[in-house]
Write a protein that binds this ligand. Structure first.
Ligand SMILES: Nc1ncnc2c1ncn2[C@@H]1O[C@H](COP(=O)(O)OP(=O)(O)OP(=O)(O)O)[C@@H](O)[C@H]1O
Ligand SMILES: [Mg+2]
Length: 363
């Protein structure tokens, strides 16, 4: 049950944008496709919705194959029983809010369209604007109409393409919780597309990271944040510092020769070039005069700049040729020396794979 995508390839003319990806979304699971602009998130979603035809590969929804070009099988979108929120909302301008939301209910032959519309509009907080037309709404309000329309007919599957991009920060937080709640209430699989790591980490049971039409890594949010496989994933999810390292004998060293103790579970000699990942929150940053705790790593750096963020100051510190981000509650002035301490287990070696190598490695 759920969604099953196998070896999906999508080309536009001679240009292949999805390179044989496979993944599943279990029944009731909330899965996010995360990746930079142009990596193929919308295309994948459109193939699942039936709005694009895959070049090769199969897609099944709740056990039924809906797309299999090799066998000339293609189930049209309106027979796939899914609700989709588009990146561009795509609400119909000539219909009122209520009429937009009523549409999927009418198509499905629902007996009480009015009740369905009221339910969906209430969930997104748009009941009072039911009689307006989209041209009389803000972008965020149109986005909420699109959300209401997607859930109104209580479909078997929910697809979201950056549904919060036009909401302000507070409304986005609230709607994020709403979407999670709606999905759990409907108990249907959901596939959510975003390039916003906060959305991906906070809403998902599982996150699939894509790069240039391929899946780089998938896992639950904690696993992706704590154990990224390479520099791309580490950089894309959360604040990331990278230290250039080299192996000298049995030891890892920074470029200036300082020894660096790393998480031993990541210290594999697999022939691939490595870089050390250190999250900003893992660093303790002090003035040299302050007695520092005995961490396994102790580096001396120089403060380059700082940004006051309220709870703490985010500093940029130069260590050798690398610039690191670290947080501190003390006031450190630019140019002054600083001591960085961190545990070896917080310093992970990850593949420093250039894009082309990452592509062939994960093909
Ligand atoms: N109809 C089309 N014809 C030709 N190329 C297309 C078409 N639709 C998408 N592409 C290309 O496919 C690639 C993936 O596009 P897609 O819209 O899936 O990216 P995305 O991950 O959703 O990006 P964004 O975060 O910017 O929305 C891009 O290089 C895009 O230019
Ligand atoms: Mg897109």
């Amino acid at each position: 049950m759920g969604i099953s995508v196998k070896n999906l390839v999508k080309s536009f003319g001679t240009h292949t944008v999805i390179h044989s990806i496979s993944f599943d979304v279990a029944d009731g699971e909330f899965v996010t496709l995360l990746g930079p602009s142009g990596c193929g998130k919308t295309t994948t979603l459109r193939c699942i919705a039936g709005l694009d035809t895959p070049s090769t590969g199969t897609i099944a929804i709740n056990g039924e194959t809906v797309s299999d070009p090799a066998n000339n099988l293609f189930v049209p979108p309106h027979e796939r029983d899914l609700g989709m929120v588009f990146q561009s909302y795509a609400v119909w301008p000539h219909l009122t809010v209520a009429e937009n939301v009523a549409f999927p209910l009418t198509v499905k032959g629902d007996r009480d369209v009015a009740a369905g519309v009221a339910w969906a509009l209430d969930i997104v907080g748009m009941s009072k604007l039911a009689q307006r037309r989209p041209s009389e709404l803000s972008g965020g309000q149109q986005q909420r109409v699109a959300l209401a329309r997607a859930i109104a007919a209580r479909p078997q599957l929910l697809l979201f393409d950056e549904p919060l991009s036009n909401l302000d920060a507070r409304l986005r937080d609230r709607t994020r919780l709403e979407i999670s709640r709606i999905q759990r209430e409907l108990k249907v699989p959901a596939l959510y597309v975003t390039h916003d790591q906060t959305e991906a980490l906070s809403m998902s049971d599982r996150v699939i990271v894509m790069e240039a039409g391929r899946i780089v890594q998938e896992g639950d949010p904690r696993e992706l944040y704590q154990k990224p496989v390479n520099r791309f994933v580490a950089d894309f999810i959360g604040g990331a510092n990278f230290l250039h390292v080299q192996r000298v004998g049995r030891q890892w060293q920074l470029e200036n020769g300082s020894p660096l103790a790393v998480d031993p579970t990541t210290d594999r000699d697999d022939g691939r070039s490595k870089i050390a990942l250190l999250r900003p929150e893992a660093i303790r940053l002090d003035e040299p005069s302050v007695p520092t705790p005995t961490g396994q790593n102790r580096l001396t750096g120089r403060v380059v700049g700082g940004m006051y963020l309220g709870p703490h100051v985010e500093y940029i510190v130069e260590v050798g040729a690398d610039r690191l981000r670290a947080y501190s509650r003390s006031a450190l002035s630019p140019g002054s020396p600083a001591i960085l301490t961190f545990d070896a287990c917080d310093c992970r070696l990850v593949d420093d794979t250039p894009l082309t190598e990452a592509r062939s490695h994960h093909a």
